[in-house]
Design a protein around this ligand. Structure first.
Ligand code: NDP
Length: 426
């Protein structure tokens, strides 16, 4: 379906023209397209059921980064972000990566972890022995607390123990199928806590899901041919070396790693948000994983393969994403996002999200080791300022042009340029 689409010039169209392109190319269902055209948003009554003390709703831009080639299939990725340049950068990277062969993804596992922290043990060895001897009973007890997930083919899979400080921690891994599984895992953990207390002779301090979802790791890989870094061979080689060094810098300096990973999450969060998922959970898991080695590191790695004439990128992080549950079915915009994606299952969606993170990271690093990011950013910043100053769609290009050559790029200047423009016209 999406293979037929020519996306050339998509960025320069108006939203109405973009809807037409989506329609012409059947990039989503008629029902989805109608929702998009009507700009159907979350109903107030539904929102009032989702959160407490409701007084309104807050809209954010929903954009499309088209033409991602992932595991041989083309996807158009909906992105929700308020930050200028993010979608443009993702689209640019997707184009280069597609021409170099696209992304390959691997879902290593798809299970969530819950934990019960036991305290006040008098005999640790006896407690551990008793718990492990009742492993099957405990997983059965967990499954009885949430039988519907077992009927769907999921359920508790394994139980392990770890001694950490004053705590004996019991971890339960659960196959949550298409759901993220926070509520179902929490229910299971609370259900087994009394039995664990009985077996260990201790008390449960807490029984809860862990967002450090190390049993939901997903990897995306890609290559970029050197010719796409620069037409000039020498310059391309230089950029490839610098990309590798930029990746190494994020491994050794947490100050850089934090910003490196923020760039990755620019893409990840945008698709996680568009699909109605819990982005705090994804962020928490990703940042914890970045610190697995004991110091906080960049989540991606880039290497320069001189022989192949390519740079090679790889990104791995926990991606316990859902296609069912939570608020996913409630928001019409989220339904449109799933429609655009072709209704992937959770594993496919996880691969798309990590691919987008890698694309975003590539675009940021390429800009950083090349021209720097400010040239592109400033143009978009100028556009935001023009809009903030009250410029109409027609006035924006002129204001942006003048703002970019002005001494101070700020709202005051934008307002002044707009006033001058209107005065000249009147
Ligand atoms: P839900 O409580 O919504 O449970 C998943 C739902 O999806 C169930 O009702 C299940 O139905 C339904 N479902 C339908 N089809 C499937 C399928 N194929 N596979 C799996 N489930 C299916 O959500 P989760 O348990 O996933 O919890 C996620 C929510 O919890 C999010 O809103 C999150 O923000 C929140 N949360 C997060 C926490 C954290 O991250 N630490 C803590 C607490 C809450 P059925 O029951 O019939 O099987």
């Amino acid at each position: 379906m999406a293979d037929m689409v020519s996306w050339t010039g998509f960025a320069k169209k108006s939203p109405h023209e973009r809807w037409q392109i989506l329609e012409d190319n059947q990039a989503l269902s008629q029902a989805g397209l109608d929702k998009l055209k009507r700009q159907e948003l979350l109903p107030l009554e539904t929102a009032n059921q989702m959160a407490e003390n409701l007084i309104g709703r807050l809209a954010l831009p929903l954009s499309l980064a088209p033409d991602f080639l992932v595991n041989g299939q083309t996807y158009n990725l909906p992105m929700v972000t308020e930050e200028p340049s993010v979608v443009a950068a993702a689209s640019y990277a997707a184009k280069l990566i597609k021409r170099s062969g696209g992304f390959k993804t691997e879902v290593h596992q798809r299970q969530m972890l819950g934990q019960v922290a036991l305290i006040g043990l008098s005999n640790w060895q006896a407690a551990k022995k008793a718990i492990l001897a009742h492993k099957d009973d405990l997983t059965q007890l967990a499954n009885q607390a949430h039988p519907s997930i077992v009927k769907r083919g999921g359920g508790a899979r394994d139980l392990t123990l770890a001694e950490k400080g004053d705590f004996l921690i019991v971890y339960l891994s659960v196959d949550t199928q298409e759901a993220m599984g926070a509520n179902m895992v929490n229910t299971m953990m609370e259900a087994i806590a009394p039995k664990l207390e009985e077996l260990s002779g201790g008390q449960s301090l807490m029984a809860i899901l862990s967002n450090y979802a190390t049993d939901s790791l997903v990897t995306a890989k890609c290559t970029v041919d050197l010719r796409f870094l620069s037409r000039n061979k020498e310059e391309a080689e230089n950029l490839a070396k610098k990309l590798e060094q930029a990746s190494q810098l994020a491994q050794v300096d947490p100050y850089r790693a934090s910003t490196h990973n923020k760039g990755i999450f620019n893409g990840i969060d945008a698709l996680v948000l568009a699909t109605g998922n819990d982005w705090r959970a994804i962020e928490a898991g990703g940042h914890a994983y970045a610190a697995t080695s004991g110091s906080y590191r960049g989540l991606s790695q880039w290497t320069y393969d001189k022989e192949a004439g390519q740079v090679k990128g790889s990104l791995t992080l926990p991606m316990p994403i859902a296609t069912k549950g939570g608020s996913i079915g409630l928001n019409p915009s989220v339904q449109v996002a799933f429609d655009l994606l072709g209704h992937p299952d959770a594993k496919t969606l996880a691969g798309l999200i990590v691919s987008l993170g890698l694309a975003q990271n590539f675009a940021a690093l390429k800009a950083l080791v090349g021209k720097g990011i400010q040239a592109g950013h400033m143009k978009l910043q100028a556009k935001s300022l023009a809009l903030l100053a009250g410029a109409s769609e027609k006035e924006v290009p002129k204001i942006v042009q003048e703002l970019l050559s002005a001494q101070h790029l700020n709202l005051e200047t934008a307002k002044k340029i707009l006033a001058d423009l209107r005065a000249k016209r009147d």
